[in-house]
Design a protein around this ligand. Sequence first.
Ligand code: 5GP
Length: 207
Amino acid sequence: MTTRGNLFIVSAPSGAGKSSLIAALLADKPADMQVSVSHTTRQPRPGEVDGQHYHFVSVEQFKQLIAEQAFFEWAEVFGNYYGTSRTVIEQTLAQGIDVFLDIDWQGAQQIKQQMPEAIGVFILPPSRDELQRRLTGRGQDSDEVIAGRMAKAVSEMSHYHEYDFIIVNDDFAQAQADLLAIIRSQRLTQASQTITHSDMLKGLLAE
Ligand code: 5GP
């Protein structure tokens, strides 16, 4: 059986629950799904592990990787550089493993230009009030900080229509089921099934 994995681009504003949804999807370490680990120039947050959450690099190292054309896409997001390694994605897809890119709208546009068959999924919060609640966190941040987060979220959300699928994360279990349904449906397209079941089809259609 030969196959090729699908490439999923998952974008969302901060507070929509994207990281939790991806983490839940991969919690049982499914053999046929993998999340791409990006390079970034931002500082690690407490608990973040180099090579697991991100490859943390300096601005010089990042620019060197750009020069070497190591990135499938890269972008400056809120003052830091982020990029997706090209070879890891290609090798993983070639092994029949679905790859998930947790990237912003700028990266999504670059991927779609190079690989139109990549599947864009955008996750939205159910309302502005709920987003505000989620971004307010534990009440430790100033109104100004929260207003800044809201403005960034609204700017990211304005790109929702550039994606193939939209998930509204009101109920987490429902959002999880929706994401799984999208993944499953992509494995069942005629193009995917023709590759996955090429031998079976030869047998079925033999004269
Ligand atoms: P954070 O710093 O909070 O982990 O991520 C900030 C934003 O950068 C998020 O919207 C995230 O999806 C995006 N991001 C993370 N990695 C990449 C990447 O490799 N490329 C692009 N274009 N955006 C990324």
